[in-house]
Design a protein around this ligand. Structure first.
Ligand code: C2E
Ligand code: MG
Ligand code: MG
Length: 717
């Protein structure tokens, strides 16, 4: 007990009479003036008889203005009323202790602890009392603030929607708030003391957590602290759910305490998924779309599952769409989707990844036999496809197959490979399947590079040039004309034959400018040569190859007309060679274009005759004036009875329809003689000359024909 309080309580209680009490207090004056409490002595009529310095200072009055005056006088009637009961009790002989808020006029609310000690009188009653008043307002307020903030904090934790779990550095749960009780379906009392990982994490996530904890213990590093991470938590009933976890740490009483805030994000995840449903679906067929497929592939790759993608590209679908309309095409796609989905194994996924391209994802197997079976089923399903409106169409597909290997980093790469393989299948005519291999990728890369280089070549001078191969009149051995054959002198790769760049030009949409350049160049060359011919020599013709794509170009006829006009030559000197392939895709349109070319006055010839779908039914409708027998029938004529028969038929056919017949690929004197015997009109081949640069061909133009002596010798025999 405080010695002063002891004094006030006991010391004062032993005094008898007011004067003795005053004397005692007077002796203690210095001490009492120094104590942090107000001390006063009151007589039975409640007048101040002694006050210490703090008392005076509190009232801001000198002693003479206080002593002798009553409490009511000094403190006002209200405070007097509040304090009177204490005085009454003291004067009745009771030692009173009290604590509470009192309102002091001019000083506001004060919290005071008060001790009243009665002073015995010489008779039976009491002479007065000593009041000891300790002002505790500041301390009391601080306690209140603390209590308030504690209350606030626990209200926030208890009322929080997030689960809040306090854990010590060993992972033992120290606190578990009501939200956590609701979320995890566990009671706080049961959870406190358990290990965090075991209590709220599913078994497969515990290991990672423990590793984190171990890392923290050894080097103080903690990846989770201060960061938001998405993890999975587990409820008491074993149900797993996704949570956002934020971990904060603090030192409390020298102990490190972590606070885990866990927010159940199942709802958010669900709406994300629903959004994804929309974003990941193809509106026409209801199948997954490309994005979804890529995701599924990534997921499988992340789990190191075997992944095979079977890409199904419907052949000639664009034609179908333009012939039958979009509505029908969509119906057909829906029908196809239905048919293809029927064969999906569990765990597989069917997606529509492009206009008329589906992709089937096969998971968990890379067994070639299983894949082959799937491909077979797909082929059958495509062949038997029925539009959703019930119409049957005969379809085929170019199918590309790619299996994930260690080389694949991203899901796009595997889809790309399947696309490359499907492209191969398409290039070889469709209706088949091709399995991807690395070589294909390399050739695609090669192709992309070539395309780039070809653009550069077209824009520059000198990389592209024309070789000219003479065409000879078989009976006389006269030079009848040349075929212009494109050549590319690549700066790094050297000389590239047309087979190395014409297909690239066709695919890259460069064939039109390339073809235009060939026509211009060949016509200009012909113009130059005609003037260098011997006087009286018959004019030469120039054969120029047109690719099918060129023929489809709307500006084709006008382009040819213009170049011939610019070169200032007779259109009749120009012979355009087209292959039968040019007529297959759009026969009617192609025939119309040929007619318009014919109307320009140029000659038309069918190249590589006999290799395509030569159909007599349309041959006579074509406005052509010559056919060129393909090299494959011409070579080794003397060894092959069959080839001789074919050549004879073509020559007869030509005669019947009134065409000139040209034989290409004549390599030997025997071939040449046989063709002459078969009455073939013109010939071309290494036997006469290889394709030559313009300068080398000039001597031929001037009439120096090295093959003529040989022909003349043969004639004499
Ligand atoms: P093509 O029009 O049938 O040309 C004849 C091809 O046979 C040429 O090959 C020629 O060099 C080759 N050849 C000629 N005589 C013989 C011979 O006796 N034996 C052998 N083994 N081959 C012979 P090249 O120059 O490689 O051209 C290949 C094809 O490229 C041409 O076949 C033609 O379809 C196409 N082509 C060439 N130049 C152009 C062009 O400017 N535009 C277009 N669109 N295609 C072209
Ligand atoms: Mg040709
Ligand atoms: Mg040919």
């Amino acid at each position: 007990m405080d010695p002063l309080v002891a004094f006030c309580r006991h010391g004062a209680a032993e005094l008898v009479g007011l004067e003795a009490a005053l004397e005692a207090l007077g002796a203690l004056r210095d001490l009492l003036d120094a104590v942090p409490a107000r001390v006063a002595l009151f007589s039975a009529d409640r007048r101040h008889r002694y006050v210490n310095r703090p008392y005076r200072e509190f009232l801001e009055l000198p002693a003479e203005r206080i002593l002798g005056r009553s409490v009511e006088d000094i403190l006002g009637p209200e405070l007097f009323r509040a304090l009177k009961p204490f005085g009454d009790r003291a004067l009745a002989g009771e030692s009173v202790e009290a604590e509470g808020w009192f309102f002091y006029p001019g000083r506001g609310r004060r919290y005071t602890r008060r001790v009243y000690t009665p002073i015995r009188g010489s008779g039976r009653g009491f002479d007065g009392f000593v009041a000891f008043i300790e002002d505790m307002t500041v301390r009391r307020l601080a306690e209140d603030t603390l209590r308030a903030s504690e209350t606030l904090k626990s209200a926030a934790i208890d009322g929080a929607l997030d689960s809040i779990i306090a854990i010590d550095a060993d992972g033992t749960i120290l606190e578990f708030n009501p939200a956590a009780e609701r979320t995890f379906g566990q009671w706080r009392t049961e959870m406190i003391g358990r290990r965090f990982a075991e209590a709220v994490l599913p078994p497969d996530q515990r290991l990672a957590y423990h590793a984190e904890l171990a890392r923290f213990r050894t080097d103080g590093a903690h990846d989770l602290v201060g960061r938001r991470t998405e993890i999975e938590a587990v409820r008491a009933d074993g149900r797993r759910f996704p949570v956002d976890l934020t971990l904060t740490d603090a030192l409390i009483g020298g102990r490190r305490v972590f606070t885990a805030h866990l927010r159940d994000i199942s709802e958010r995840k669900r709406s994300e998924r629903e959004l994804a449903e929309v974003a990941y679906h193809d509106a026409v067929t209801g199948l997954a779309n490309r994005q979804r497929l890529l995701r599924a592939i990534s997921d499988a790759m992340a789990k190191s599952q075997p992944v095979t993608v079977v890409l199904v590209e419907i052949d000639r679908f664009a034609n179908l769409r333009s012939t039958f309309g979009h509505g029908f095409a969509d119906d057909l796609l829906i029908g196809l989707a239905r048919g293809l989905s029927a064969g999906i194994e569990p765990g597989g996924l069917l997606a529509r990844v492009d206009q008329h391209v589906f992709a089937l994802l096969l998971l968990g197997t890379d067994d070639p036999a299983a894949v082959d079976a799937t491909v077979e089923a797909i082929t059958a399903s495509v062949r038997d496809a029925v539009s959703s409106s019930g119409a049957t169409v005969f379809l085929s597909a170019s199918i590309g197959i790619a299996t994930v290997t260690a080389d694949h980093r991203r899901s796009e790469e595997i889809l790309r490979d399947a696309e490359i393989a499907a492209g191969r299948a398409r290039d070889s005519g469709g209706g088949c399947s091709v399995r991807f291999d690395r070589e294909m990728y390399r050739s695609v890369i090669e192709r992309v590079r070539s395309e780039h280089d070809l653009r550069r070549a077209l824009a520059s001078e000198g990389e592209l040039w024309l070789a000219y191969q003479p065409i000879v009149e078989m009976v006389t051995g006269r030079l009848a004309g040349f075929e212009a054959l494109a050549r590319w002198h690549h700066v790094e790769r050297g000389l590239i034959p047309p087979s190395g760049f014409v297909p690239i030009a066709e695919e890259a949409g460069l064939i039109v400018p390339l073809g235009r350049w060939v026509v211009a160049r060949a016509c200009a060359q012909l113009a130059a040569w005609q003037s260098q011919r011997e006087p009286g020599a018959a004019p030469l013709f120039m054969s120029i190859n047109l690719s099918p794509r060129q023929l489809e170009d709307a500006g084709c006829v006008e382009g040819v007309r213009r170049e011939i006009f610019e070169a200032g030559i007779d259109p009749a000197w120009v012979k355009l060679e087209i292959t039968e392939g040019a007529l297959i895709r759009k026969p009617e349109e192609s025939i119309a274009t040929l007619q318009r070319l014919k109307d320009l006055g140029v000659g038309l010839s069918i190249d590589d005759f006999g290799t395509g779908y030569s159909s007599l039914s349309y041959l006579h409708r074509l406005p052509v004036d010559s056919v060129k027998i393909d090299r494959s029938f011409v070579t080794a004529l003397n060894h092959s009875e069959e080839n001789r028969a074919i050549v004879r038929v073509i020559v007869d056919l030509g005669r019947l329809f009134g065409y000139d017949v040209i034989a290409e690929g004549i390599e030997t004197a025997e071939d040449c003689n046989l063709l002459r015997a078969l009455a073939c009109d013109y010939g071309q081949g290494y036997y006469f000359a290889r394709p030559l640069p313009a300068e080398a061909a000039l001597s031929l133009v001037r009439g120096d024909l090295p093959w003529q002596t040989a022909l003349a010798d043969d004639d004499e025999e």
